[in-house]
Design a protein around this ligand. Structure first.
Ligand SMILES: Cc1cc2nc3c(=O)[nH]c(=O)nc-3n(C[C@H](O)[C@H](O)[C@H](O)COP(=O)(O)OP(=O)(O)OC[C@H]3O[C@@H](n4cnc5c(N)ncnc54)[C@H](O)[C@@H]3O)c2cc1C
Ligand SMILES: NC(=O)c1ccc[n+]([C@@H]2O[C@H](COP(=O)([O-])OP(=O)(O)OC[C@H]3O[C@@H](n4cnc5c(N)ncnc54)[C@H](OP(=O)(O)O)[C@@H]3O)[C@@H](O)[C@H]2O)c1
Length: 263
């Protein structure tokens, strides 16, 4: 084998090009990378992305895929932490710039780990919405559940990204007969206008407001939950759900909850 080709195959990562970048706020950006033909992932998994450091070496971070398993590009949604090693550098890049991609996708945050049920609750804070955007582009999830509630909780309404994309999901030709199943429930904890939910997710579960707003009563028989975002939110929501009689899904022990910490 040609030595250069062999060296490339043995590399653990590839260099991908930024095709597009969207700046939602000064702290939130989404970006699209080229996708190597051999890159495989399951909706809900994350990639490891790398950038070179000026002083030498690289910084690598986990990023959930937002795009569909079948897309020929990879979409991501990122916080910009001003002092963050990765995201502050990412924010300075433009289309045409390069990002390293670990060849292996990772993680077990997948809807198919949940046993069948009637209702699927997708609970996110901040960039924790990213894996759901991919999961909701899998025809199977639309067929499996009768009702799906996507709850996106942010500090301020300006951070409720992807509203048009979420609305468009309902009309996708691959699952449009199921499109009515999706409810989008935005939550802003610091500047909710009248009529919008305004408390943290664990409080909204505890006081029944989330179930009431969705018109989806929660019961262990029918309700399944995915949790992603701020690790404290994941912890507090998990604790609240346990109080309500739900438990984690584990290997060989199906439950009601799967979760992923957003950092
Ligand atoms: C499984 C997994 C999936 C992830 N998916 C995403 C994703 O899809 N999008 C994304 O932006 N980040 C995601 N992250 C976080 C990501 O890996 C980085 O931490 C983040 O991009 C910031 O990197 P940084 O080097 O700039 O700052 P870091 O040094 O990594 O973080 C500095 C601080 O910023 C805060 N922070 C980090 N990430 C976030 C975040 N996403 N939202 C709010 N505050 C944060 C935390 O307080 C953290 O201590 C994921 C992390 C894990 C473990
Ligand atoms: N977004 C901003 O305007 C802003 C401004 C300054 C700095 N930052 C920095 O940026 C980082 C990310 O900010 P972010 O707003 O994207 O993420 P975040 O702090 O995780 O907040 C996102 C949402 O999660 C909620 N939340 C936080 N802790 C929770 C818990 N234990 N249980 C349930 N819900 C919880 C928040 O509610 P609450 O509103 O009640 O906290 C908010 O609605 C922060 O770490 C912060 O240092 C952000």
């Amino acid at each position: 084998m040609d030595a250069a080709l062999e060296a490339e195959i043995q590399q653990k990562h590839t260099a991908e090009t930024i095709l597009a970048m969207r700046r939602w706020t000064d702290k939130l950006i989404s970006f699209r990378l080229t996708r190597p033909a051999a890159y495989r992932f399951a909706a809900g998994q994350f990639a490891r992305l790398g950038l070179p450091l000026e002083q030498g070496g690289q910084v690598w971070r986990a990023y959930s895929m937002c795009s569909a398993e079948h897309d020929d590009f990879l979409d991501f949604y990122s916080i910009v932490v001003p002092e963050g090693q990765f995201s502050s550098r990412l924010a300075r890049l433009q289309p045409g710039g390069q990002v390293m991609l670990d060849k292996r996708a990772m993680g077990f945050f997948q809807a198919d780990r949940l046993p069948d049920g009637r209702d699927l609750w997708l609970l996110a804070t901040g960039t924790g919405i990213a894996p759901y955007l991919s999961i909701l582009q899998q025809p199977e999830v639309w067929r499996r559940f009768e009702r799906i509630a996507l709850v996106h909780c942010v500090r301020e309404t300006a951070e409720l990204s992807f509203q048009d994309e979420i609305a468009a999901l309902r009309d996708h030709p691959l699952w449009h007969e199921h499109g009515h199943k999706l409810q989008y429930l935005p939550v802003a904890t610091r500047d909710a206008p009248a009529g919008m939910l305004g408390q943290r997710i664990p409080a909204l579960l505890d006081n029944g407001e989330l179930a009431a707003r969705a018109g989806m009563a929660m019961t262990p028989e029918h309700s399944r939950f995915m949790l992603c975002g701020n690790p404290k939110m994941v912890e507090d929501t998990h604790r609240q759900l346990m109080k309500m009689g739900y438990r984690m899904t584990r290997q060989n022990a199906p439950g009601h909850i799967v979760l992923e910490n957003g950092w």
